[in-house]
Design a protein around this ligand. Structure first.
Ligand SMILES: CC(C)(COP(=O)(O)OP(=O)(O)OC[C@H]1O[C@@H](n2cnc3c(N)ncnc32)[C@H](O)[C@@H]1OP(=O)(O)O)[C@@H](O)C(=O)NCCC(=O)NCCS
Length: 133
């Protein structure tokens, strides 16, 4: 059963959205630049589920700059739903990202993306990539 019912695509996020996210730095005063897009995912009651910031690096490579599921929704498949929505609605040959663990160690974020099929391309810059069929 899917949790996500609505996705808003924009060039910034509201303070109301930013204030509900506590793990990554999200700034409601920041505007997306170039073809960057903020994706705001909500449930059937319009409650925030998560947010991602994406952009195309080139025609075949989508870059996920930030990706966070609101705390109370974690562990229920929402991260996978958000990722699937992104790759369905923004078809691409590969997805790249920089996993954002707070220390230099590979932590929960690295493990999540590895579980989602990403492979490490650069240990120092924490870059990972996944080929999409
Ligand atoms: C990482 C994060 C996005 C995962 O979201 P989530 O909604 O809890 O993930 P899901 O429930 O959709 O999990 C999807 C799959 O990944 C697995 N998974 C989730 N977290 C994992 C982890 N830390 N390590 C390994 N596997 C993990 C789940 O078991 C699930 O597996 P399955 O679909 O094969 O059964 C979420 O914990 C989060 O927002 N963390 C803080 C911000 C962050 O670290 N963002 C990523 C860096 S940019």
């Amino acid at each position: 059963m899917s949790t996500i019912k609505k996705v808003e695509v924009g060039n910034k996020i509201s303070a109301k959205v930013a204030n509900q996210l506590h793990t990554l730095p999200w700034d409601n005063n920041e505007h997306a630049c170039g073809d960057e897009k903020y994706l705001v995912f909500s449930d059937c009651e319009g409650k925030l589920v998560g947010v991602s910031l994406i952009r195309f690096l080139d025609k075949q490579t989508l870059y996920i700059g930030k990706f966070e599921v609101k705390r109370k929704y974690r562990g229920f498949g929402c991260g996978r739903e958000m990722f699937d929505w992104i790759t369905t609605n923004y078809p691409t040959k590969r997805v790249m990202l920089t996993h954002m663990d707070p220390t230099d160690d590979d932590g929960a974020s690295y493990e999540f993306w590895k579980h989602m099929g990403f492979k490490r391309v650069d240990q120092i810059k924490h870059r990972m990539v996944k080929k999409i069929k």
